[in-house]
Every structure is written in C-alpha cells, then in structure tokens.
Design a protein around this ligand. Structure first.
Ligand code: DGJ
Length: 547
C-alpha cells in the first residue's frame, strides 16, 4: 500500500468511527428518505414522517472549506433552517481518476448532525450552470477522451458533450462512489435527505451541441419512446414540443428535423433529450446504490429570448415532456427563482407528476412572505433561498421568524398537504387582493396597506404579504403569515359571517398555546383578521354565521 493510500484508509476509518460515534448522539432509522403521494401533494418522508424542507442553499464555494462553513452553520441556525443545500464538487471529490477524497462530505455530515440539521447535496458533476467548471482537472485536460460540446462554428466549449459515453461513465463512477459513501455513513441516520443531480443544465451559446456525434444523432431516428409519448399525450403536450411537432403535420417517424422541423426549437428539444438521458443514467446508477429522492433544477428562461441565449434544453416547462420521458429516475424538476414571476413559474412546475420544491430563490426581502404562499398554496415540499449565509445579521432576518412559525405548524401542514383544507395567498402592490374558499367560508385576503393605515402605503413598492391558511375544523382556522388583512363572507348562503374569536399564540407538539385575544382595535372591532406588514405570526380564528 502506498503511503497516500494508507493515509486515506486511516482517515476513512477515523471519519467513519467519528460519524458513527455515540458521542454525536443520533437516533437510527430504518427506512431511507423517500417520496409519498398524498392527495394532490407529494411529501418528502424522513425518519418515517413528512418533512417540510425549510432550507437555504449555501454560496457555491462555501462547502469547499470546512472552516468557512462554521459561519454558515451559525447563520442557518439563527435563521431556523432545518436543511442546508450544499454542493459536492466533483473536482475535489475525485482529484485523481479513481481516487476519492470524502473528507469534505464527512465533515459536512458530521457538522450537520452536530447542528441538528439535514442536508441536501448538490452534485456539481458534469454541469454547473451549463458549464463544466467542476469536472476534475484530469478530465478538463484530457479533452480527447472526455470531449467537449462544440458551438455551431465547431469551437469547443467548456461544457462536456452529453453525447460522449466516456463523459457519462466518468460522471457515473464519481456519483456512484459518492452515493456508496453516503449510504455507508448515513444510511441509518438520514442526515442527507435528497440529492440534486448536476446544476442548471443547459447548452450555450447555441441551442444544441454541434459535436459531430451530436449531429449524427440529430440525423438519426427520433426514439420510439418519445414518438409513442407524444402520440399518446398530444392533448397535454408541453407548448414548444407541440408547436414544433405541429409544424411538420405531426410526423411520427424520421429524424429529429423530419419530425419536429428545422428550427431552434427542435435543437432545444433534441439537446434536452440527450441531457435528460445522460442525467437519468447518472441518477439511475446512484439510486441503485442508495435510492433517496433525486431532482434537477432549472435556470428559468425569459420571454422572447432564444434557446442558446438562455441555457437550452434544461428541465424547463415548455419542454417538460422530454425530461419526464427521458429521465424517469429523476423524481422532480425544480425552478430556481431569480426573476419576479413567482406565481407563473410555480403554476408551471406544480403538476400531478411534478411536486413543487424550490431549491433556489434570490435571498431578497420577499422570501419571508413567499414561503407562506409556497407552502400554503402549492403545498411545496420545501423552500430554500440562495446564498443563505450572506445576510449580515441573520438573527434579524424576517425569514427566521417565518421558518420558526412554519416549524411550529409543520405537523399540521403535513396533515393538510394534498387536501383542500390548506391554501395560501401572496399579495403586493400589483396584485393586492385574493379570495380563497374553505368549506362554507370565503376569505378575502388583501395587502395590509390597502387599509391605508400605514404611511408606507403611499410608497411605490409594498413589501410582499403572504399567508398559509389551514382549516382545522368547519369553523376553525390556523393562519400564519405577514402583511395581510382578511375579511370573511359566506360561500354557501346569504348568511353573514362574524368573528367569534381570534387568538395569537404558538403551536407546538400539536398543542395550541394562546397568547393575546385579538379583539377591539386588533380586529377592527370584529371586522377583520390582520397581520400588519413586518409582523409574522400565527393566529387561531373561529368564525360563525348569523342572519
Ligand atoms: C443559479 C445557480 O444554480 C447557483 O449555483 C448560482 O450560480 C446562482 N444562480 C447565482 O449566483
């Protein structure tokens, strides 16, 4: 044994015994994290219970230095997170072909356990924001064995070609080693609850790879499984796919351009298929070793921007069928939010075959309200602002209060996921009102500033208001949120609806502990329920009807 190998072996033994050490008290669990369909929702099951990810993603480079991570753990605890999304970098995991260094993985798992946190690992493998900057140097330099994608002028890009079996095998080998290691160290403890495979896949600067192998595939037959899918699902096909197929009069055989036409849209459909197939193979092999939930994330495209100007062929709604058919091992596709159209994209990603999980959203001043909407309205599995350690004073971030409140309610939320007894609203200056119905009652949810009571109501921009509403009995509701005012009417008859009681309070271990009874000025003498802008909390409401 060389001294390097001996060193690695000794290191692994020490780390394994440390991670397994009873000093780091951990309960053992039998079943691995998994997904469970519950009504219209999908729940992430961890330690045999539904688990709502109140998460945050670290900055890209944070996980490469365990000392730097100290400040991350501190920040995320102050923000009341239960899960950290953190990258695993291929270049650091496999610095030499076949030699793996799990020291960062082990330290992350150990530190997460010490902080009573769960982890979602982001596999920065073949692709990270289209590019292949995280592939190891031995791959970067050996471009003959591990070929690059070409642009339309035949210029090689710093992007591994998805058409190369060598690239795929190398990624599979590394990802499999990672999953084997996670299984060995964490199978009984479930610190690592899910895996994102690759990061924001998509081709740049053209809509497809122009490597000669890619062009050969473009001129080959469209795979039968895709043809069968589009024939069977013509009525519900994703928009770009349907439009491209329509352009050839719905041809059902031939090469990609014969079936979908010669266009950038076809280039995107084609490259999406090969990206999805490749990522599916990586995921499939990882799951053979340790089958925990695995997903991919997407850089959202902007209207009127051509594929290739945005990362072409990523897991995007306008080509979602391609990803669903080519990548069945991937459990769900997720949006990354760096643009304002929160509702629009969530509506596209939340489907019967695709639960909503938000792995990235810009950590701006709206996240603390948006999380109530994501959880309440979309029954999202989780929410995770990006660069979570970046707040100067995390203990003062309102997101920490939103997460605190949602942690209190998490068992109640789980009990109502997938049912019509839970819903949510998001309001701002542009969309200041929403209505929701729960059984016999209609709720009119307006932005707090519509009252005109705050001098800030005159400002150009309003902070978002957001709310999660849970109907716990016919006339009783648990409401959590911020910046909204809610009034009530009958959804079923001409009765008038009155407020019997509103209490603020806390909810723990399925027990409500009331605080103040909110009446008088706090309910506008019985007219409304209100969370003033900037205030975050839980209120218990009981309604009644009268004539
Ligand atoms: C989205 C990516 O997925 C992240 O890794 C990061 O690069 C952010 N964009 C922006 O910094």
């Amino acid at each position: 044994m060389t001294s390097l190998k001996l060193h690695t072996a000794i290191y692994s033994l020490i780390m394994l015994s440390l991670i397994e050490s009873p000093l780091i008290a951990q309960k053992k669990f039998n079943s691995s994290p998994t997904l469970h369909k519950e009504g219209t929702a999908t729940q992430l099951i961890v330690e045999d219970k539904p688990f709502l990810v109140l998460g945050g993603e670290t900055g890209n480079s944070s996980g490469s230095d365990i000392r730097y991570m100290k400040s991350v753990w501190k920040a995320v605890k102050a923000l009341n997170l239960n899960t950290v999304l953190v990258p695993i970098y291929w270049e650091l995991l496999e610095p030499e072909k076949g030699r793996f260094d799990f020291s960062l993985v082990d330290s992350l798992i150990k530190d997460a356990r010490q902080h009573n946190l769960k982890l979602a690992f982001l596999w920065f493998g073949s692709w990270k924001n289209s590019m292949s900057c995280y592939v190891p140097a031995w791959i970067k330099k050996d471009y003959k064995t591990y070929p690059r994608a070409y642009d339309k002028n035949g210029i090689a890009q710093e992007i591994l070609s998805p058409f190369s079996p060598n690239n795929l095998q190398a990624d599979i080998a590394a990802f499999s080693a990672l999953m084997k290691h996670i299984k060995e160290t964490d199978e009984n403890y479930h610190t690592v609850i899910m895996i994102q495979v690759e990061n924001e896949i998509g081709m740049l600067p053209d809509a497809r790879d122009y490597h000669p192998q890619a062009t050969r595939e473009l001129n080959g037959e469209v795979p039968k499984e895709l043809i069968q899918h589009i024939q069977k699902n013509k009525k519900t096909l994703a928009s770009a796919l349907l439009k491209a197929w329509e352009s050839t009069g719905f041809k059902t055989s031939g090469n990609w351009e014969a079936v979908f036409g010669k266009s950038l849209a076809t280039d995107e459909i084609f490259i999406a298929w090969y990206f999805a197939k490749y990522t599916n193979r990586v995921t499939e092999e990882g799951k053979k070793i340790y089958p925990i939930p695995m997903f991919v994330n997407a850089a959202l495209n902007r209207p009127n921007v051509k594929p290739g100007d945005y990362p072409s062929g990523g897991p995007l709604p306008h080509i979602i069928d391609i990803w669903k058919v080519a990548a069945p091992a991937i459990d769900f596709l997720s949006p990354d939010f760096y643009n304002p159209d929160f509702k629009h994209w969530n509506d596209l990603y939340k489907r019967n075959d695709n639960p909503l999980f938000i792995p990235e959203i810009r950590f701006d001043s709206s996240v603390y309200a948006k999380v109530f909407y994501a959880v309440g309205h979309y029954h999202a599995m989780g929410f995770s602002p990006f660069s979570i350690e970046s707040a100067a004073t995390p203990e003062h971030q309102p997101l920490g209060q939103s997460y605190n409140v949602l942690t209190q309610l998490s068992s109640l939320i789980a009990a109502h996921q997938g049912k019509s007894t839970m819903n949510g609203s998001l309001v701002d200056k542009t969309i200041p009102a929403d209505t929701l119905t729960f059984g016999e009652y209609t709720f009119t949810i307006k932005h707090d500033y519509t009252l005109g009571w705050s001098p800030d109501a005159k400002k150009d921009a309003w902070p978002h208001g957001g709310v999660t509403i849970i109907q716990v009995a016919a006339d009783e509701f648990m409401i959590a949120g911020t910046g909204v005012v809610i009034t009530f009417s009958s959804a079923t008859d001409k009765s008038r609806v009155g407020i019997l009681t509103i209490e603020e309070g806390t909810y723990n271990d399925s027990k409500w502990t009331p605080g103040r009874v909110l009446n008088g000025d706090q309910s506008h003498q019985g007219r409304h329920l209100r969370f003033p802008a900037g205030h975050i909390g839980i209120q218990r409401l009981v309604l009644y009807k009268y004539k």
